[in-house]
Design a protein around this ligand. Sequence first.
Ligand code: ATP
Ligand code: MG
Length: 423
Amino acid sequence: MGKLIQGIRGFNDILCEATSTWRFVETTVCEILDSYGYEEIRLPVVEKTALFARVIGEVTDIVEKEMYTFEDRNGESFTLRPEGTAGCVRACLQHGLLHKGQPRVWYSGPMFRYERPQKGRYRQFHQIGAEVFGAPGPDIDAEMILMTGRMLRSLGLVDLQLQINSLGTPQARASYREQLVSYFRRHHEQLDEDAQRRLHTNPLRILDSKSPAMQGLIAAAPSILEHLDAASKTHIEQITAILDTAGIPYTLNPRLVRGLDYYTRTVFEWTTERLGAQGTVCAGGRYDGLIEQIGGPPTPAIGFATGIERLVALAAADHAPSEPTLHAYLVVVGEEAVAPAYRLAERLRDCLPRLRLRVNSGGGSFKSQFKRADRSGARYALIFAAEELASTCVSVKDLRERTEQRRLSEADLVVLLAECIAR
Ligand code: ATP
Ligand code: MG
């Protein structure tokens, strides 16, 4: 026998005991997006490599070192999507959606980044995200923040912090960038290797450094909020006015710059202290210049993405799935009972569309089937053997309450199972 082949590091199996929390998180988030008038879009997992280089930016961590890029059999360069915005923008441009009002779309699915796997950080991970095209804000920016806040609250997550910042217009940012570069040059000896490299390529990203040794230097750096252009200043003030009125607390954080290159003005993050270093659960921002820059019509845009693994990790602590996986397990004893048992099971499913019923498969003695029923986690064992077949009834054993076995007509069985489903 050959050696067992293991899965790939950073690519997780999500096992059955976890999927109910996953579903809870995904449905909750999607329902809230629907309720704010966003529509679902489904996009490919693979795009041309050039798309990500252009949209995300050549000098970002993602494009420089985190992409899964490969050549197909034709020698064309493709990449597993590291995020959802690039594909979403591409699809909206390609299908002319930007001419149809102000599209508000959401997507979900796996993303791929070659990062160092650790708790809360994987190489295949999952995001749900949304984009709004053609709306300049600040109203939609504030609404998106309110919406993401509602999403997190609906998951039962209450101890999250909201941080917001403005990166201003590209012009204001360029002049801030010069000041920042000269500040960091003056303290060159305190920069780590990564920061020294970024000083020449993408100095704002130094503010995003997680290196403990540089936190003092970063805290004393010039603040972008003090270098904003007048219109951007008004923009963020209008956002905070809406948040204040809605009673949503936030922190203005001038060091919040976000990993991607394409942001203008508003950026925001929801963070927690419960997940160690991987504390950002939801992040977003405005990217007004991007669509024009990649050849589309000038279109303001804003979006966010949330990491499902991190939401699941937080929700799992609070959300114990209360429903039994199975309502019933049908024990079928004897060859002659098999066909009528399947007919019974199908009739029950006709009457009770939400019934979770497993029919025993592969025969076995009454005792061994009963053991399987017990192990399945079902609430009831339904017993269908020669006697039941002859008297057109079903014996029922409550596997939780351990009460006496009862014999029920099919109609009474439907009533019992309906009650179990409704519970
Ligand atoms: P981080 O600072 O944690 O690396 P990021 O700025 O790279 O995050 P985005 O690209 O904005 O993150 O992605 C949005 C969200 O997706 C993050 O806030 C996080 O919840 C999640 N996420 C990003 N990368 C990973 C990963 N490798 N594994 C799990 N979740 C991730
Ligand atoms: Mg990252």
